[in-house]
Design a protein around this ligand. Structure first.
Ligand code: FES
Length: 102
């Protein structure tokens, strides 16, 4: 497991999401109320990029068919069918830099 820099705090204002590629994976970084979280960007239903969805507090809604995921854990919070949770990653903030453990 390694620590990879993925951006600066100023790159992702509160209430916004930002897709990065780290260690060959597409990962979504989320800033909700100044707290940073990271989950896989690819929806487990049919592969949409969640960066094109919407963020409401800590719930990400997929733009394709509306699956909802918790941004802290990657767990599915609402969808008519059972689909997999998303992988979540540890985020480390040091001064103005955002790192992921991947
Ligand atoms: S691809 Fe995300 S809900 Fe269908």
């Amino acid at each position: 497991m390694g620590k990879i820099i993925v951006g600066k705090i100023s790159d992702i204002p509160s209430g916004k999401m930002h897709k990065v590629t780290a260690d060959g994976k597409e990962i979504l970084i989320i800033n909700t109320n100044g707290n940073f979280y990271a989950i896989n960007d690819t929806c487990t239903h049919a592969g949409a990029s969640l960066s094109e969805g919407t963020l409401d507090e800590c719930i990400i809604t997929c733009g394709w068919h509306g699956a909802k995921f918790d941004c802290k854990t990657g767990k599915l919070s609402a969808f008519p069918a059972k689909i997999k949770d998303l992988q979540s990653y540890k985020v480390i903030v040091e001064s103005d830099n955002i790192f992921l453990e991947v």
